[in-house]
Design a binder for this molecule. Structure first.
Ligand code: MG
Ligand code: MG
Length: 258
């Protein structure tokens, strides 16, 4: 069952989303060679708890941390720890928080120092693909229009879309229906209606789309060892079009850029 939210409920989701956006902005500024993923995780947890919120991932199916930190060929669900970030790495940071009963979920991939041109293009194209997907989150469309737009953009640049992990509805639960694949034909799946809130989250590989999960039971990596990036926003489907709930600051910006 897809839980649609009233305009008032969407408004009540905004503080959780804004907090997640602000935590990610602070982390982006803190990422540099020599920093460990564990230090970033501590920073995020402190900031979330100071805001009166709770980290959404910590303890979720036993996940041990506030953030997922995924470096280079790691796709998602990397566990923060002693890993020291090095010049030229790319780091995907996924952050979720629950505040006043509502979840926010967002991810960015950031460069560590100076990165090579392929890595830079991967980050640019993946973020653009997210916004192509967000632009489809309008009443009257279908869920698969989102993934189709993502896949078209990614493959036009010679990269590939991960199939094994998908976006999701979000609200009073972190994972609600429907699932949002990042690939497929348009015009399929549930019709998009006002009040749906969706976490749209393309994961994009430089090489082939295949992934595998490491022995830690969490970290997903590319099978071919190629770089991977991940961007995510929590987005409300409204009569006025898509509204991104996980922007930092006043968040008045509409979707459609990128
Ligand atoms: Mg996420
Ligand atoms: Mg998510």
């Amino acid at each position: 069952m897809i839980v649609c939210k009233s305009p008032a409920e969407i408004e009540r989701m905004r503080p959780a989303g804004r907090l997640v956006g602000e935590v990610l902005a602070a982390l982006r500024a803190a990422v540099r060679p020599g920093v460990t993923t564990g230090e970033l995780d501590e920073m995020a947890e402190r900031r979330i708890r100071q805001a009166g919120a709770v980290p959404a991932f910590k303890g979720y199916h036993g996940f041990p941390a506030t953030l997922c930190t995924s470096v280079n060929d790691e796709v998602i669900h990397g566990i923060p720890g002693d890993r020291i970030l090095a010049e030229g790495d790319i780091l995907s940071i996924d952050c979720g928080a629950v505040l006043d009963g509502y979840y926010g979920d967002s991810a960015i991939t950031v460069p560590v120092g100076t990165i090579d041109t392929t890595a830079a293009e991967l980050l640019r194209v993946t973020n653009e693909a997210l916004f192509k997907g967000i632009a489809q989150a309008r009443p009257g469309g279908r869920v698969s229009d989102i993934g189709h737009a993502v896949q078209q953009h990614v493959e036009a640049h010679g990269f590939s879309v991960v199939r094994e992990f998908v976006g999701h509805g979000i609200g009073e639960q972190m994972h609600e229906e429907p699932q949002i694949p990042n690939y497929g034909d348009p015009g399929r799946g549930p019709r998009l209606t006002e009040g749906m809130v969706l976490a749209i989250e393309p994961m994009v590989n430089v090489g082939k789309p295949g992934v595998k999960v490491l022995k830690d039971g969490w970290t997903a990596v590319t099978r071919d060892g190629s770089l991977s990036a991940h961007f995510e926003h929590t987005v409300a489907v409204t009569a006025e079009g898509p509204r991104i709930l996980t922007l930092a600051g006043d968040g008045a910006a509409a979707a459609g850029r990128g």
